[in-house]
Design a protein around this ligand. Structure first.
Ligand SMILES: NC(=O)c1ccc[n+]([C@@H]2O[C@H](COP(=O)([O-])OP(=O)(O)OC[C@H]3O[C@@H](n4cnc5c(N)ncnc54)[C@H](OP(=O)(O)O)[C@@H]3O)[C@@H](O)[C@H]2O)c1
Length: 330
């Protein structure tokens, strides 16, 4: 049986004006697939990269990599879900800006009853990212309670989750943000120190805060604007985790600069390597469900838009007007 769904798509790369609401056909799930009806959809900065063409996918493209809803049908071989289940996902294949979609079941998890759909839609991509950053990206000298780390864009979607989770792990998180209000928000969510990187030199402040030592890990999703300063925040053998490009991609650099800065390590990470198996996706999701369920990490949804207003949501996100998470409601 074929149904129809609204889908927010792009037919060409460009600005938020490229987002249009189309009607698409949705069929039955094939082997290893499910059909899910969305109750809420998560907005992520990666949706902007896909809209602009920084990250390339075939067109026309329905955006969106995060959502929550009810499973309508499962294809052959899907054992962990059944029709009627509440579910949520972060997935590498875009398409969540829709009422209904068919997608691979691998990254779709049952959503615990205690977690509502909006929270489920807001937290999977951003929460699993905080999970792998804090729990799976290890500096060579280990990461222990009491260690300093630096987290850029700390008042954003991933940022506020990371502030709380880092505190629960006993890490001393220094957060940067683009306004004093955002800095206060990050502190209220567990950042021990914050730096307004629009008005202060964050590398100098980090050296002051750490008594000249530097941090063990820098988590940098801002990219171009923070790259150089971030390398100067690390202590010897520290780890630079580049995981985004909100200000633009990191320009090419010479590995030779890493030695004099303290034999530091650099890695570029993506969630989709970490969630490339059902078992690991579920294990990471269980870890996230545990910290959310226990209240150690609260998922803060500061913006809600109708699905058909996705354009306005993109404009807010890119203008640095949002804090915490944003959901689109079908
Ligand atoms: N690699 C991965 O696995 C992975 C997974 C998820 C997310 N990410 C990345 O993590 C970052 C956070 O994602 P999110 O969805 O939670 O977004 P977000 O943090 O809610 O929004 C991005 C934030 O980046 C900051 N920013 C700094 N310079 C900017 C600029 N020139 N333009 C726009 N924003 C700028 C802004 O905060 P301030 O105003 O405070 O500076 C803005 O609010 C993004 O870069 C995203 O691509 C990577």
């Amino acid at each position: 049986m074929t149904q129809t769904s609204r889908a927010v798509r792009i037919h060409a790369h460009g600005g938020p004006e490229q987002l249009v609401v189309d009607t698409v056909e949705v069929g039955e799930p094939g082997p290893g697939e499910v059909r899910i009806r969305h109750e809420a959809v998560g907005l992520n900065f990666i949706d902007v990269y896909q809209r602009t063409g920084l990250y390339q996918n075939p067109l026309p493209l329905t955006l969106g990599m995060e959502g929550a809803g009810v499973i309508e049908a499962v294809g052959p071989g899907v054992m962990h879900l059944k029709a009627g289940d509440r579910a949520a996902y972060a997935a590498g294949m875009p398409g969540s800006y829709s009422d209904l979609r068919v997608m691979p079941a691998m990254n779709v998890c049952q959503l615990p009853d205690a977690i509502d759909f909006e929270t489920g839609a807001a937290m999977m991509l951003k929460g699993l990212t905080a999970q792998y950053l804090l729990r799976r990206c290890r500096p060579v000298e280990g990461l222990e309670p009491g260690d300093f780390v630096l987290f850029h864009a700390a008042a954003g979607g991933v940022g506020l989750i990371a502030c709380q989770w880092a505190k629960a792990l006993g890490l001393r998180l220094i957060g940067t943000a683009g306004s004093d209000e955002k800095c206060a928000l990050a502190e209220a969510h567990g950042a021990e120190f914050t730096i307004n990187y629009r008005t202060e030199n964050f590398a100098e402040r980090v050296k002051d805060i750490t008594a000249g030592q530097g941090v063990k890990v820098v988590y940098d999703s801002v990219g171009k604007d923070t790259w150089d300063g971030s390398l100067d925040c690390l202590r010897p053998f520290g780890l630079m985790v580049s995981f985004g490009n909100a200000s633009g991609p990191v320009p090419p650099f010479a590995p030779g600069i890493l030695g004099p800065k303290g034999s530091i390590y650099v890695t570029r990470q993506t969630l989709f390597t970490h969630i490339n198996s059902r078992e690991r996706t579920q294990a990471m999701a269980n870890d996230l469900f545990q910290v959310v369920g226990s209240g150690q990490v609260q998922i803060r949804i500061d913006q809600r838009f109708a699905l058909t207003d996705a354009r306005l949501a993109h404009e807010s996100l890119e203008a640095r007007k949002t804090t915490g998470c944003t959901v689109l409601l079908p």
